[in-house]
Design a binder for this molecule. Structure first.
Ligand code: BDP
Length: 700
C-alpha cells in the first residue's frame, strides 16, 4: 500500500448482503450504447469488481434476458423508463446521474442513467464508492448533479518539469517523451479526477512559457486531451500575454493592435484543429512581473476581451486571474484587486471568468474571504483555492483543507443579498451567473503517492467534492475520503477523521494565529520568518505584522488602509470593532496594543502565546492518535505518516519558538507560566537557511 491507488484503492466487500447483491447485478451489465466513455466505465469495472467481489464482471448481450444492470443515457433508455422519470433525469443536466432499481416487465434492473455518457460515468464512480464504503442500499434511488460548471485543477507545471510550489516531485507531464510515449499515469490521473467530478485541467504554470502554444507542443497537449476526453475532462493552457512577441515576431502584444489580435486568432484556430474541445486560456497578467495589457496602457478587460474574441467562435473561455498587485502603487496589497476590477464590472465578454483567490493576500494559512465576492454584479467570478500547501507546511505536514474551504464558502458576504454566501456567488445561485468555476492549484507530482504526503490526497479529493457541491460538509468529505482510503471497517477510523478536522486550526495556531499573516520564510515560504525585511515591502513580513512596542497587527480600518470598506457595510461595521470582529481575523484588520483584552479576558500577548502553544500541543496529539492505530493500518502507510507527523511536531515547535521569541522583542513581556517555554535563541532561528527547499522560485 504505497498510496498510488488513491481513494480508488478497491478492496474486498465484507458485508454479505451488499456483496451478494453486487455480485448479482455485476453478472449482467448491459450498456445501452457504445462510446469511449462507456469503455472507460468498463475499464473501471474491470479494475474494481474482481477485487470487490472476487469475480469478473459479466456483460449481458441483450437488454432483457441476460441483463441485470442497465447503463445508458436517458435517450438510450427512453423506451424502458416512464415520462416522469425522464423529466426527473432531464433536470439533472449534462453531468448529473440517477441510479436505482427499475421494474420492467416483472424484472428489476439496477440502473444508472445520465443525460450524457459522462453522467453515467460519474454515476458508476459513485456506485463503486458506495459499495466500497459498504453503505449502499440497492433499493434506494440516488441522484446528484454538479452545482458548479467548471471544476478545474490548475497545474503550476513548467515545461522543464519543475513545478512552481511543487512539493510532490516533478511534473507528471513528460513533455520530452510526449507525444510518442503515453505514461499510464495519465490514465490513472484522469480516473482519479473523474471519480470526484473534476472536468477541467490547466496543464501549465500561470507564470507561463509561450512555447506551450507552439505547434509541436500542441501535438503533445493533444495526446493528453485525447486521453482525458472520455473522462469528461477538458484541457486548458496558460497563455503568456507577450506570446505575439515571443512566438509571432511582432513588436507588440497590445491587445488593441490588429496584428496581435490576428496572431491570437491564428493560434487559437491551430489549437482547435488539434483539440476540438479545447477549454481555453488561463491568464496571469500584470502580476508579479508577468506581461499584460498595462504595458500598453490597456486595462484587464481590454486584454481579456481580445483573447475572448479569438476563442468565442469555438466556445472557448478566458479565465483571467484577479491575483494582481504591484509594489509601485502606494496602496495596501489587500485592496488592489478590487481597485482594478470593480470599475471594470460589466466590461468583460461573456466567455471571460475572473478567477479570484479565496482571500485578498495570497493563500495564507487562514484568510477572510476576498472582498471581490459580492462586490461586482455583472462579472463572472470563479474561485481559486490552493490545494498545494505552499504556506501550510508543504508536503511534510498533515493539514486537511476541507474545513478551511468550507469556512470560506460559508462566509456571509451580505451582497448581493443579505443572505448571500461565497458559495451562493460561486455557483450562481445569488448572481444568476451561468458560467461558474472553481479552480484548485494542484498538489500533484511524480511522487509515487502523487501528493508527497498521503493526506495531501485528501485535499485533492476534498477540492473535487466541494467544486461539485460547495455546500458539502468538510466532515462528511473527511469521512468519505478516509473510508475510501483506509477501508470503512477500519477500527478507529473516526480517530483519523478527528485528526483531519482539527489539523487546519492547529496549523493556523502554530503559524499565524489571530489573523497574523505573511510571516513565513522568504522565497521558499517554508517555516517561520517574521523578521523578513528589505527589498519589496509587500514581500516582507514586517509589512504585514507591523509589530512594535505599541502592539501588533495591520490596521485595515478607516484609521488605516480602510480595506474593510471593500466589504459589505454589515461586515465593515462589525469587523471595524476589535471587540466584535471574529478573533480569528483580529490582527488582519487591527493594530492593537499588547495589553488589549480579548474575549477570554487574556491580554493580546498572552493569547498569542497560548495559541502558538496550543498549536504545538495539537500536533503532538495527532502523532499520539496516529500511533494508537499502529496495528490496524498497513505498515507502509502507517510508517509514512508516522515519520511525517514527527517532522510536523518539530516544525510546529520551530514556528512557535521562532515567532514568540521574535514578537517578545517588541512585547517586552515574559512568557506566561502555563505555556511550554519557547526554547532556543532567536539568532539561531534567523540563521537557518533552506537553499534546496522544494518549490523554490528563483529570485523570489
Ligand atoms: C503565490 C506564489 C507564486 C505564484 C503566485 C500566483 O508564491 O509562486 O506564482 O502565487 O498565484 O502564492 O500567481
Amino acid at each position: 500500500k504505497d498510496g498510488y491507488d488513491l481513494w480508488l484503492d478497491y478492496s474486498s466487500i465484507k458485508t454479505p448482503a451488499i456483496r451478494s447483491e453486487a455480485e448479482s447485478f455485476f453478472s449482467g451489465i448491459y450498456f445501452f450504447g457504445k462510446n469511449p466513455t462507456y469503455n472507460a466505465i468498463q475499464f473501471e469495472m474491470e479494475k474494481a469488481i474482481p477485487i470487490m467481489i472476487g469475480k469478473s464482471p459479466i456483460y449481458a448481450t441483450d437488454r432483457i434476458n441476460s441483463a441485470k444492470m442497465w447503463l445508458g443515457t436517458r435517450e438510450e433508455l427512453a423506451q424502458v423508463i416512464g415520462l416522469d422519470q425522464q423529466m426527473e433525469i432531464k433536470n439533472l443536466g449534462d453531468e448529473g446521474y440517477w441510479m436505482g432499481p427499475i421494474e420492467f416487465q416483472g424484472k428489476t434492473y439496477f440502473s444508472i442513467i445520465g443525460n450524457k455518457p459522462i453522467g453515467v460515468l460519474y454515476g458508476v464512480f459513485r456506485l463503486l464508492q458506495e459499495i466500497q464504503r459498504e453503505q449502499i442500499d440497492f433499493k434506494e434511488e440516488l441522484s446528484d448533479s454538479p452545482k458548479v460548471k467548471i471544476r478545474m485543477l490548475n497545474h503550476w507545471d513548467n515545461l522543464d518539469r519543475t513545478v512552481e510550489r511543487g512539493y510532490a516531485g516533478f511534473s507528471i507531464w513528460d513533455w520530452h517523451k510526449l507525444p510518442g510515449y503515453v505514461d499510464p499515469r495519465y490514465i490513472d490521473y484522469a480516473r482519479a479526477n473523474a471519480s470526484i467530478g473534476i472536468n477541467a485541467v490547466s496543464l501549465t504554470n500561470v507564470n507561463a512559457n509561450a512555447w506551450i502554444l507552439r505547434p509541436d507542443f500542441i501535438e503533445k497537449v493533444k495526446v493528453l486531451a485525447d486521453i482525458f476526453r472520455p473522462y469528461g475532462i477538458k484541457v486548458y493552457l496558460t497563455a503568456r500575454f507577450s506570446a505575439p512577441i515571443e512566438l509571432g515576431g511582432l513588436e507588440t502584444a497590445d491587445p488593441l493592435n490588429s496584428e496581435v489580435a490576428a496572431f491570437w486568432k491564428e493560434k487559437v484556430g491551430m489549437i482547435y484543429k488539434a483539440i476540438p474541445d479545447f477549454g481555453g486560456f488561463v491568464v496571469k497578467a500584470n502580476s508579479e512581473g508577468q506581461p499584460g495589457p498595462h504595458e500598453y496602457g490597456r486595462n484587464h478587460a481590454e486584454g481579456a476581451n481580445m483573447l475572448a474574441d479569438a476563442l468565442a467562435p469555438y466556445k472557448g473561455l478566458v479565465i483571467w486571474r484577479a491575483f494582481v498587485y504591484s509594489h509601485e502603487i502606494d496602496e495596501d496589497r489587500h485592496k488592489q484587486a478590487n481597485l482594478e476590477f470593480e470599475p471594470l464590472d460589466g466590461k468583460f465578454k461573456e466567455n471571460v471568468i475572473i478567477q479570484v483567490k479565496n482571500g485578498a493576500i495570497d493563500f495564507q494559512p487562514r484568510e477572510p474571504f476576498h472582498p471581490l465576492f459580492g462586490a461586482v454584479k455583472s462579472t463572472n467570478l470563479g474561485m481559486e483555492f490552493q490545494i498545494t500547501q505552499e504556506y501550510l507546511g508543504q508536503a511534510t505536514q498533515l493539514v486537511y483543507l476541507g474545513t478551511f474551504w468550507e469556512e470560506v464558502l460559508k462566509s456571509n458576504t451580505y451582497r448581493p443579498k443579505s443572505s448571500s454566501t461565497v458559495a451562493k456567488i460561486i455557483d450562481g445561485t445569488d448572481t444568476g451567473q451561468k458560467l461558474t468555476l472553481m479552480a484548485g492549484v494542484s498538489n500533484i507530482g511524480t511522487d509515487r503517492n502523487w501528493t508527497g504526503h498521503l493526506f495531501g490526497q485528501s485535499n485533492w479529493y476534498a477540492f473535487g467534492r466541494l467544486a461539485w457541491d460547495p455546500y458539502l460538509s468538510s466532515e462528511k468529505i473527511a469521512e468519505e475520503w478516509s473510508e475510501l482510503t483506509f477501508g470503512p471497517k477500519l477500527s478507529g477510523i473516526e480517530k483519523i477523521q478527528g485528526i483531519m478536522i482539527n489539523s487546519h486550526e492547529a496549523a493556523v495556531n502554530y503559524m499565524t494565529p489571530l489573523g497574523l499573516h505573511h510571516i513565513m520564510g522568504r522565497s521558499h515560504h517554508y517555516g517561520p520568518g517574521p523578521w523578513v525585511e528589505g527589498g519589496r515591502a509587500d514581500w516582507t513580513s514586517l509589512y504585514y505584522h507591523r509589530a512594535g512596542s505599541d502592539g501588533i497587527g495591520f490596521d485595515r480600518t478607516s484609521s488605516g488602509s480602510n480595506a474593510l470598506n471593500q466589504y459589505a457595510p454589515e461586515i465593515a461595521e462589525v469587523w471595524s470593532d476589535p471587540k466584535k470582529i471574529p478573533e480569528k481575523y483580529l490582527l488582519w484588520f487591527h493594530h492593537l496594543p499588547w495589553d488589549f483584552e480579548l474575549k477570554s479576558g487574556n491580554s493580546l500577548w498572552k493569547e498569542i502565546t497560548l495559541h502558538y502553544d496550543q498549536g504545538v500541543k495539537s500536533s503532538r496529539s495527532f502523532l499520539q492518535t496516529w500511533q494508537s492505530l499502529e496495528n490496524v493500518i498497513d505498515e507502509e502507510r502507517f510508517d509514512h505518516v508516522n515519520q511525517l507527523l514527527k517532522i510536523q511536531i518539530k516544525e510546529a515547535e520551530w514556528w512557535r519558538n521562532a515567532c514568540l521569541l521574535y514578537f517578545q522583542t517588541f512585547a517586552d513581556r515574559p512568557f506566561p507560566s502555563e505555556i511550554e517555554q519557547p526554547e532556543g535563541d532567536l539568532e539561531y532561528y534567523k540563521s537557518l537557511s533552506f537553499p534546496f527547499a522544494p518549490g523554490i522560485k528563483p529570485n523570489w
